[in-house]
Design a protein around this ligand. Structure first.
Ligand SMILES: *[C@@H]1O[C@H](CO)[C@@H](O)[C@H](O)[C@H]1NC(C)=O
Ligand SMILES: *[C@@H]1O[C@H](CO)[C@@H](O)[C@H](O)[C@H]1NC(C)=O
Ligand SMILES: [Ca+2]
Length: 357
């Protein structure tokens, strides 16, 4: 009788030890696996924001490229010309190098893409020497279309986005005439690329080259170059980025990068240019519009996190954000798993006790 009890007791202890060891191993494997998963997924989330893991699709209906089939002649064309613009085999010439011209080309179809990227292949050239040329060209994403006006050949008080390649320094010339000078800190070198968003009653200040309403900008020596020149406008998750490729090196240079820009869907793409007393040829070789597709589920998570962390602030360091997010995700994951693990373990412990006693 005693021997049987002793044997039973020993058997139970051995069984218990085996079980505990196995469980320990299971837990170890489980923790390792889960930790890897959490860190890997948070890493890919962080990377997503930095390298824009997304796909690009060229949208032909919003793009304009050689051989410009039907542009300016067929009503079936997706693009419509206005003013002095004309189509040749090599480009759509918005203005030629003559005084008081203005021309434009406008998409006929409103764009309903959420995230997009426009690559503009353009050319500005003429007889005038530096600062004896003008006035520049603009790329548009606006509610209105086909309306002539003073803002690089488009209407003032426009609604939406304008990205200008301003080739004439009006403000500087104005100050010079008054025998005033800029401090070197604020002086700009022209041509100057500038972005502006209008709400329908925002006036473009021509005399100040748009400074009061600018979102940002950069200088860009784009006139009379032998190589190709490009402008790149990206709108993703309400972030507006403009880059230029003008050195013939096939490298994008940052021009401006502004978060929190609201551009509704359903606006029209266009390009326009204007000359005054001074002139230039303003040519569009191509406008290529790419749809950007970001993983929506991930996108939402990243958005939520960024908003939560920055508290609606405007700009923040890129690499700092990424590292911070990575650490945050790992910590959150570990805490969550600790809780889950504890619950599971205590549950198992209870079961075990029930089984053996
Ligand atoms: C633009 O809007 C302003 C009001 O914000 C107005 O005073 C001005 O006349 C408008 N200009 C044009 C050209 O419509
Ligand atoms: C448009 O923006 C200007 C500032 O640029 C502001 O003064 C004006 O109130 C805004 N108008 C509307 C209708 O939002
Ligand atoms: Ca100007």
């Amino acid at each position: 009788m005693a021997a049987t009890t002793e044997q039973n007791y020993m058997g139970r202890r051995i069984l218990s030890r085996v079980l505990r060891t196995r469980l320990k191993m299971d837990f170890k494997a489980y923790w390792t696996f889960v930790l890897i998963m959490v860190c890997a997924s948070s890493r890919s989330l962080a990377n997503d924001d930095d390298h824009h893991e997304m796909e690009e699709f060229l949208k032909r209906e919003y793009s304009l490229s050689k051989p410009y089939q039907g542009v300016g002649s067929a009503s079936s064309s997706h693009w419509e010309l206005m003013g002095d613009s004309m189509v040749t085999t090599e480009q759509v010439r918005l203005t030629s190098d003559m005084q008081s011209r203005q021309g434009a080309v406008w998409s006929r179809i409103p764009c309903h893409l959420k995230d997009w990227e426009m690559q503009v292949h353009f050319k500005i050239h003429g007889q005038g020497k530096k600062n004896l040329n003008g006035d520049g060209m603009a790329i548009w994403y606006t509610k209105e279309r086909m309306q002539k006006g003073p803002v690089f050949g488009n209407k003032d008080n426009f609604t939406g986005l304008g990205v200008f390649v301003d080739t004439y320094p009006n403000e500087e010339k104005h100050l010079e005439a008054q025998k005033k000078r800029y401090s070197s800190r604020t002086q700009r070198i022209f041509p100057f690329v500038l972005a502006m968003v209008g709400n329908g009653s925002t006036e473009y200040d021509h005399e100040r080259d748009g400074r009061p309403t600018e979102l940002g900008g950069c200088n860009a020596m784009v006139r009379n170059l032998k190589h190709d020149t490009f402008l790149f406008i990206r709108y993703i998750r309400r972030r507006l980025t403009v880059m230029i490729d003008i050195d013939g090196q096939h490298e994008w240079r940052d021009c401006l990068d502004v978060p929190g820009v609201r551009l509704p869907q359903g606006y029209y793409f266009g390009a326009s240019a204007i000359t005054g007393d001074l002139s230039d040829n303003h040519d569009v070789v191509s406008l290529k519009l790419y749809q950007l597709t970001v993983d929506r589920e991930r996108n939402g998570q990243v958005d939520g996190l960024v908003r939560g962390r920055s508290g609606g602030g405007v700009s923040q360091g890129h690499s700092g954000t990424t590292l911070g997010r990575w650490v945050l995700f790992c910590t959150l994951g570990i805490v969550m798993l600790l809780v889950v693990g504890l619950v599971v373990y205590s549950h198992w412990n209870e079961n075990r006790r029930k089984r053996f006693y």
